[in-house]
Design a protein around this ligand. Structure first.
Ligand SMILES: [Fe+2]
Length: 150
């Protein structure tokens, strides 16, 4: 159970960082097709944010406390902050890469949850992986043409 608690905190902090980066890109993206990208990042951050409270309350249900400060998130998160303003294609490519990383992290927690017989929690994680698969599709489809053209 302790391994599950630890892994879950990393997954939660990484999810929060991912949400923040998607919102960062939603705010800071520029270019002639601004609205398209603003909306793409907007849809992603809103969906991920909608999972945060439920994720945190499941951590409490596992019998431990929720990491809930910027310094704790920084300590635990596997998703690196972005402090530069990137060109929009690089924003998409980076968020896509982070998204894949997050799916891998969630899958690891899923396996530990299953080993601990926490099937309700692994069910939640499976749904999160599914949601991130969809985000991956949206992000990939937004740069595929650009990558093929270059
Ligand atoms: Fe907004």
């Amino acid at each position: 159970m302790e391994a599950l608690q630890k892994a879950t905190k990393v997954g939660f902090a990484s999810t929060f960082s991912f949400f923040l980066k998607a919102q960062n890109f939603h705010w800071n993206v520029i270019g002639p097709d601004f609205l398209e990208y603003h909306e793409l990042f907007g849809n992603i951050y809103e969906e991920v944010y909608s999972s945060i409270d439920g994720f945190a309350e499941r951590i409490r249900s596992l019998g431990t406390y929720v990491p809930a400060s910027l310094s704790r998130f920084n300590m635990l998160s596997q998703i690196e902050d972005q402090n530069e303003i990137l060109p929009k294609e690089q924003m998409v490519a980076q968020l896509l890469e982070d998204n894949e990383k997050l799916i891998t992290i969630l899958k690891l927690i899923y396996d530990v949850a299953e080993q601990n017989g926490e099937h309700g929690f692994s069910n939640f994680l499976a749904e999160r992986m599914d949601a991130h698969r969809k985000h991956g599709w949206m992000l990939r489809s937004s740069i595929e043409g650009i990558q093929n053209a270059s």
